[in-house]
Design a protein around this ligand. Sequence first.
Ligand code: ADE
Length: 227
Amino acid sequence: MLHIDIITVVPELLVSPLSHSILGRARDRGLLEVDIIDLRTYGIGKHKQVDDYAFGGGAGMVMMPQPLMDCIEDLQSKRTYDEIIYMAPDGEQLDQPMANNLSMLSNIMLICGHYKGIDERIREHIVTREISIGDYVLSGGELAAAVVVDAVGRLLPGVLNDETSALFDSFQDNLVAPPAYTRPADFKGWKVPDILLSGNFEAIDAWRHEEAVKRTRHRRPDLLEDE
Ligand code: ADE
């Protein structure tokens, strides 16, 4: 069982993506627990303030350390975290091996930044890891956190119907996935490769592997160079 706590100022952005399909089922079955924590609850004063102007001036607000610290300490009083992760465009880039590693942990905290991000002192002293989902800037960490939860959650044992199916995902063996077909075998005169209709599963496995290698060489030669 993996437990993930997500700290956010926009909980609505996370509720729906994490409630349907495979992730929704994983949560219903108790294989994955996700708690979405509204940072505003820990905000300061009447207005529940969570951000303030940046020291030194310049445009954009910065998320204050106190509400974050109060929220983090509250969560830490209930469980010990394997990782306290800040979603940031300058973090380590998410890939399949990282998702595999995260799926083996027990308790993860994800912090979503907004505005100009969170006060650097929280990053320096509290955060244990920073993750980016790619070289582009999102308006907040929520969608990135949802991507992490999806990529990690589907790897948990028992989440996918066919337990072996994650093993054949793109990237699991540095190959992209082979092409897939379903009925009808002839669609507008576009035919499914004969081999897939042959019933010879050994030959089909070999064909799929060959196609995966061909496709990787063509689309993602960088994956083959890593080996
Ligand atoms: N927050 C803003 N942009 C992000 C990105 N690309 N990855 C993770 N968190 C982010």
